[in-house]
Design a protein around this ligand. Structure first.
Ligand code: OOG
Ligand code: MG
Length: 262
C-alpha cells in the first residue's frame, strides 16, 4: 500500500459525499498517481464501513467490466468488484429518482443468489453452479462519480465500481433450467429494443465472473457468503437514461425486470 490511513479515509469520504450529493469529481489517481490496488480496495472498504456504521446493510456484491463490450466502452482490460448496499435497491417496476444521480446508465445483467459460501482460490464455474440457489434478470444503474465517466481501474475500484442502484426480477429460476451462455437478452428503453446479447458475453459464461469474485476475495482471506445476491456484470455496453425513461430487460427463459426513471 502506498497511501496512509488518513488519506484513505479522506478519499473514501470525498467519493461517498459525491455519491450522496450527486456531484462529480476528477479522478483520484490524478492527485495520487502512486495509488495501488490495495489502496483502491481499501478506499472502497472504507466507503462500505461508513455505510454500515450509519445503519446501512450490505445486501450483495457485484462484478463489473466482465464483458468485452463494457471493457471496450470504458477502455479498460480486467474485471473489478464492488458491493451493493440496501439503499441501492429498487423494487421491480419501481422508480429511480434521477435528481439523486449524476449521469446514470443502465446495464443488463444476470443476478446470482447463492445457497452456499464460495471461497477461492481455485473457485470455478462448476463450484459456482453447485452453490447457486437461483438466477434472476437484473438491471444495474451505474453512476460513476468521475466527470464524464472517465476513469482508470484503480479510480473506479475506489469508487465502488460506479454502483448506485439495482433492480432484480421477482421470479427465481433454477440455474439448471437455463443455459446461461446461450440465453438471449434484450434491453428495451421506452419500449424500443436498444441493446442485445447473450450470457456468454460475460467471460464466456456469467458464472465465471462469480468464480473470479470468489478468487479475488479468497486472496484477501474473504469469501462470498451463502445467501449473497451477486450481479455478474453488464452483458452489453451501458445505456444512458434520463428522467421520463423506462427500461425493461428480457432474458430468454428467465422473464423480465424493469424500472422507471423519474
Ligand atoms: C464501472 C462498472 C461496470 C459492469 O457491469 O460492467 C459495471 C463503470 O463502467 O462505470 O458495473
Ligand atoms: Mg454492472
Amino acid at each position: 500500500m502506498n497511501l496512509d490511513h488518513a488519506t484513505i479515509v479522506r478519499l473514501a469520504q470525498h467519493l461517498e459525499d459525491c455519491e450522496l450529493e450527486a456531484r462529480d469529481t476528477t479522478k483520484i489517481t490524478e492527485d495520487y498517481p502512486g495509488m495501488d490496488w490495495d489502496d483502491a480496495y481499501a478506499i472502497q472498504d472504507e466507503i462500505r464501513r461508513r455505510k454500515v456504521a450509519r445503519g446501512g446493510r450490505i445486501v450483495g456484491l457485484k462484478a463489473g467490466l466482465t464483458s468485452h463490450a463494457k471493457m471496450k466502452q470504458m477502455g479498460v482490460e480486467i474485471p473489478v468488484f464492488g458491493f451493493l448496499a440496501d439503499s441501492f435497491a429498487v423494487p421491480d417496476g419501481g422508480e429511480c429518482k434521477v435528481a439523486q444521480l449524476i449521469h446514470p446508465k443502465v446495464e443488463p445483467e444476470i443476478a446470482f443468489v447463492t445457497k452456499r459460501a464460495l471461497k477461492g482460490p481455485g473457485c470455478h464455474i462448476g463450484a459456482v453452479l453447485a452453490a447457486t440457489d437461483f438466477v434472476m434478470p437484473g438491471i444495474e444503474v451505474i453512476d460513476s462519480r468521475y466527470r464524464d465517466f472517465k476513469f482508470d481501474l484503480k479510480s473506479v475500484v475506489a469508487d465502488n465500481t460506479s454502483a448506485v442502484r439495482f433492480v432484480v426480477g421477482s421470479r427465481p429460476v433454477a440455474v439448471g433450467e437455463v443455459d446461461l451462455r446461450t440465453a438471449g437478452i434484450v434491453l428495451e428503453k421506452n419500449g424500443e429494443p436498444v441493446a442485445f446479447g447473450a450470457g456468454a458475453a460475460v467471460l464466456g459464461h456469467p458464472a465465471a465472473a462469480i468464480a473470479m469474485l470468489a478468487n479475488h476475495l479468497g486472496a484477501r482471506g474473504e469469501e462470498i457468503p451463502a445467501g449473497s445476491l451477486i450481479l455478474s456484470g453488464g452483458i452489453t455496453e451501458a445505456v444512458a437514461v434520463q428522467a421520463g425513461d423506462s427500461v425493461c430487460l428480457r432474458i430468454q427463459g428467465m422473464g423480465s425486470v424493469g424500472m422507471r426513471f423519474v
